[in-house]
Design a protein around this ligand. Structure first.
Ligand code: ADP
Ligand code: MG
Length: 694
C-alpha cells in the first residue's frame, strides 16, 4: 500500500476511484486532508437513544427502529407516514412536504435513526424528524457501547455507494494510513497556554472518540483553529480597507443637508442626529467609511442613511441605496423621490423587474450622473450598471446580505464609503467578529409618540373567535396584515398555502371586506398596486408572505395576524411586529400557532409575547437557536462555522482576534508564528470566498 499524506488526491485512496472522487469533490473533499476535515455531523451512542416504549410526548429524542410500514395519506393535508418499531413500541414519522422524494428513501425492514420532537396526536409521532439510515453493524456497534460518527450525506455520495458506513470505513482506514502525526499548525506555546488538544489527537478523536469528553476536547481545539481562520479573513479584509485611500473631496455640510433635515415631516431624535453627525464626519475623512448602523426595527434608520446620501449629493457625488427586496427598494423610491426632488435632488430606481425601456433609461441616468440617489436591489451589483460618480453605498437590512456581496458592490466604485444597516442587534463580541471590519453606530431610542404594540399568541383552535374580533376591528376602520411563512426549502408549498388562504379569507371569512395579496412571485405592477391600495385604505386586509418582513412601512395598518407563528424565528417575529404600531393607533399582533407546537416554539412565542426589546429578543434568539441559524450563513456571508459554536466558544473570539491581529501587525514574527500565518494564508486561498473589497 503506497504511503498517503495530507495532500494526496482522494481518488488515489484505496476504495475511492474516479467516480466516488467526483461525488466527494461535490462536498469539498479533494484531498486526504479534506477528508479528515469532513467532520461528523453528530454521533450516535447508547446514551442518546431512547426506547420507543419509554417515549414521552413533548421531548426531543433519538430513536432507532425498523420501518414496519409506510404510506402517503390523503386528508386535510397530504402526508407521508412511516411507522418505526424497535421491539418496545411504535412511533409514526410524519412529513407534509417533500413527500414523494422521501417516500422512496424508506424501505420496509431497514433500520433508521430518527431525531426530533415527540408529540402525541392519536398516536406517538414525530413531525419532520431528522433521519439517518443505519447499517446493521452500526446498530450493533451502538449496542456494544461504541460512539458512531454520522457524516453529512448527500444523494451523490449515496449514489456512488458512499453510505454512512462506507464513509466511516474510509475515514478510519485513511487515519490509519496517515500514520505519521498530522502537522501542528499552532505554535507550541499557544497550544499549552490555552489548554488545547494537539491537532493530531483532535482530528483522530473527533472521528472516533472514546468518550463524550473526547468529542468536546477535540471540538474545542478545532473550533479554535476555525475561529483563527475566520478572524484572519475578517482582519485581513479590514486591514485592506483601512489602508485604502479615496479620491473624493468633501466640503463640510452646507445648506442642502440642513434643508433636508428641516423639511422632514418630523423632528429627528437625538440618536438619529448623533448618527448623522458621526456619519457625515466619517465621510469627510480620507479613508473610506465602513460603518454598521444598527437599531431596532422602526427606530428610523432610513432617514439617517438618506441624510448621508443627501450629503454625498450635495458634494456632487452619487449614492447607491440597496435594499434586500424589490418591494422595499420600490417603497423607498416612492416614499422619497418627490421629497428629494423638491430639494433639487434627483432620485432613481433600478431593479431587475423594471420594464426594458425604463431600465434602459435608469441605466442612462445612473451612468450620466443625473440620478444622484439610486434605490435598488442586487441589480445594482450587476455588471452593466455603471455609476458616474458613486461615492456612497448604503446596504439596508444587512442581515440579508452577505459580506461577499458587500465586497462586490463596494468594488464598483473605487473605494466608496459604505454604510450598512441592520435591525438585528447583536451582542458586542459577535458584532466584533461578524462585522469585525465595520465601525458601529447604534440607535437606541424610538421616535416619540409610539404606542407600545400589544402581542398575544393563540392556538389555531381559537381562529373562529379571532376572526370575529377582526371583523369588528375592520368595521371600525382598522387595517390588517395577514402574514404567512415562506421558507426557501418549501417555497412552492408555502406560496400555494398563502394563495389558498387568501382565497379562503376572501370568500369564506371576510366576504364583505376588500382584501389584497402580495408575495415575491407576484408581478411588480400588481404588487405595487396592492401595496398602494392598502396604503391608501382602499384595501382593508393585506395577505402577505414574509416579503413584508423587511421594512415595509404602512403606518395606517395597525393589526397583524401571523399564521404558523410556530415556524418563525424569534427575530423574524420581532421584525414582522415592527410593521405595526407605526401610526397613530397602537399596534396589535396576534400570533397563531398550529399544532404540533414544540417546546422550543412555545418558548419562542412566550418570549415574543412578553418582550418588545429588540436587543433582548436578539440575545434570546441567539441563545435558543445558536448563531449558525441565527445569522444563517448565507446571510452573513462568512464561511460557515462548522465546528465553533459561538455561544459556547465566545471566549475564544477575543483570544483568536488578538493572535491574528498580532500576525498581521507587520512586526517581526518568530518562525512558529510565520508558519501559522503561512498556514492561514494557504487556508484562506483555498476557500473560494472573495472577501476582498478592492
Ligand atoms: P427602520 O429603522 O426599521 O428602517 P424606518 O426608517 O422605516 O425604520 O422608520 C420607521 C418609521 O418611523 C417611518 O415611518 C419613518 O418615517 C418614521 N420616523 C423616522 N424617524 C422619525 C422621527 N424622528 N420622528 C417620527 N417618525 C419618524
Ligand atoms: Mg428599514
Amino acid at each position: 500500500m503506497p504511503e498517503i499524506s495530507l495532500p494526496t488526491e482522494i481518488q488515489f485512496v484505496k476504495g475511492v476511484g474516479p467516480r466516488r472522487a467526483e461525488a466527494l469533490a461535490m462536498v469539498g473533499i479533494r484531498t486526504v486532508a479534506d477528508l479528515l476535515y469532513y467532520l461528523p455531523r453528530r454521533y450516535l451512542d447508547r446514551s442518546v437513544i431512547t426506547p420507543i416504549g419509554a417515549l414521552r410526548s413533548e421531548t426531543a429524542v433519538t430513536v432507532i427502529g425498523k420501518v414496519m410500514g409506510k404510506g402517503i395519506l390523503k386528508g386535510k393535508r397530504q402526508r407521508l407516514e412511516v411507522m418505526l418499531g424497535d421491539g418496545t413500541g411504535y412511533i409514526a414519522l410524519i412529513w407534509f412536504s417533500g413527500i414523494r422524494f422521501l417516500e422512496k428513501y424508506f424501505s420496509k425492514g431497514e433500520i433508521y435513526a430518527a431525531t426530533g420532537a415527540v408529540s402525541y396526536f392519536q398516536q406517538l409521532q414525530m413531525v419532520h424528524p431528522e433521519m439517518e439510515r443505519m447499517e446493521d453493524d452500526d446498530s450493533e456497534l451502538i449496542h456494544a457501547g461504541r460512539i458512531v460518527p454520522v457524516y453529512p450525506a448527500t444523494s451523490e455520495l449515496k449514489e456512488t455507494g458512499l453510505t454512512g458506513r462506507v464513509m466511516r470505513r474510509l475515514v478510519k482506514q485513511t487515519l490509519e494510513l496517515c500514520s505519521e502525526r498530522l502537522p501542528e499548525p499552532l505554535p507550541r506555546a499557544l497550544v499549552q497556554e490555552h489548554g488545547l488538544a494537539p491537532f493530531d489527537r483532535a482530528i483522530r478523536s473527533i472521528h472516533f472518540p472514546e468518550s463524550a469528553g473526547d468529542i468536546e476536547t477535540a471540538r474545542r481545539r478545532l473550533a479554535f483553529d476555525e475561529l483563527l481562520e475566520l478572524q484572519y479573513l475578517i482582519l485581513r479584509m479590514r486591514k485592506k480597507i483601512r489602508s485604502a485611500g479615496k479620491m473624493e473631496k468633501y466640503q463640510p455640510p452646507g445648506n442642502l443637508l440642513g434643508r433636508f433635515v428641516k423639511q422632514l415631516p418630523f423632528q429627528l431624535t437625538e440618536d438619529q442626529n448623533k448618527a448623522i453627525n458621526v456619519i457625515v464626519a466619517d465621510i469627510q475623512k480620507e479613508r473610506p467609511m465602513h460603518r454598521l448602523l444598527q437599531g431596532d426595527v422602526g427606530c428610523g434608520k432610513t432617514v439617517v442613511a438618506l441624510a448621508a446620501s443627501v450629503f454625498a449629493a450635495e458634494n456632487g457625488y452619487q449614492a447607491a441605496f440597496m435594499a434586500p427586496t424589490e418591494l422595499l427598494a420600490e417603497q423607498h423610491y416612492r416614499n422619497w423621490a418627490e421629497f428629494l426632488n423638491r430639494l433639487g435632488i434627483k432620485a432613481g430606481l433600478l431593479t431587475g423587474s423594471l420594464p426594458g425601456a425604463e431600465k434602459k433609461e435608469a441605466h442612462r441616468a445612473v451612468a450620466s450622473g443625473e440620478a444622484q440617489i439610486v434605490f435598488g436591489t442586487h441589480a445594482l451589483l450587476s455588471e452593466p450598471v455603471k455609476f458616474s460618480r458613486l461615492s456612497l453605498v448604503i446596504i439596508d437590512e444587512q442581515h440579508r446580505f452577505g459580506v461577499m456581496q458587500r465586497g462586490n458592490l463596494v468594488g464598483k466604485g473605487r473605494h466608496p464609503d459604505t454604510l450598512v444597516m441592520s435591525a438585528t442587534p447583536i451582542p458586542r463580541t459577535l458584532a466584533l467578529t461578524l462585522y469585525g471590519d465595520l465601525d458601529l453606530t447604534t440607535i437606541r431610542s424610538m421616535p416619540p409618540g409610539r404606542k407600545p404594540t400589544r402581542t398575544v399568541w393563540r392556538n389555531a383552535t381559537a381562529r373562529p373567535e379571532i376572526y370575529k374580533f377582526l371583523k369588528e376591528q375592520l368595521k371600525t376602520g382598522r387595517q390588517i396584515f395577514f402574514i404567512y411563512p415562506l421558507v426557501e426549502k418549501s417555497e412552492k408549498v408555502d406560496l400555494q398555502a398563502a394563495e389558498e388562504e387568501y382565497e379562503r379569507l376572501k370568500k369564506d371569512i371576510f366576504p364583505e371586506f376588500r382584501l389584497g395579496l402580495v408575495h415575491g412571485r407576484i408581478k411588480r405592477e400588481q404588487r405595487e398596486k396592492a401595496i398602494a391600495d392598502f396604503r391608501s385604505g382602499r384595501l382593508q386586509v393585506l395577505v402577505a408572505t414574509t416579503v413584508i418582513e423587511v421594512g415595509i412601512d404602512i403606518p395606517s395598518a395597525s393589526i397583524m395576524v401571523i399564521e404558523h407563528a410556530e415556524r418563525f424565528g424569534l427575530s423574524q417575529l420581532h421584525q414582522l411586529r415592527g410593521r405595526v404600531g407605526r401610526g397613530t393607533e397602537a399596534g396589535l399582533v396576534i400570533a397563531i400557532a398550529t399544532p404540533p407546537i414544540s417546546d422550543m416554539a412555545k418558548e419562542r412565542l412566550e418570549l415574543f409575547r412578553s418582550s418588545s426589546d429588540g436587543f433582548e429578543i436578539a440575545e434570546a434568539d441567539l441563545r435558543l437557536r445558536g448563531p449558525g441559524e441565527f445569522f444563517g450563513t448565507r446571510q452573513h456571508g462568512l464561511p460557515e462555522l462548522r465546528i465553533a459554536n459561538l455561544s459556547k466558544d465566545d471566549d475564544l473570539l477575543p483570544i483568536t482576534r488578538h493572535i491574528v491581529t498580532e500576525l498581521l501587525s507587520d512586526k517581526g514574527l518568530d518562525s512558529e508564528r510565520q508558519n501559522l500565518l503561512g498556514y492561514l494564508m494557504k487556508k484562506a486561498s483555498l476557500k473560494k470566498y472573495n472577501l476582498q473589497t478592492g
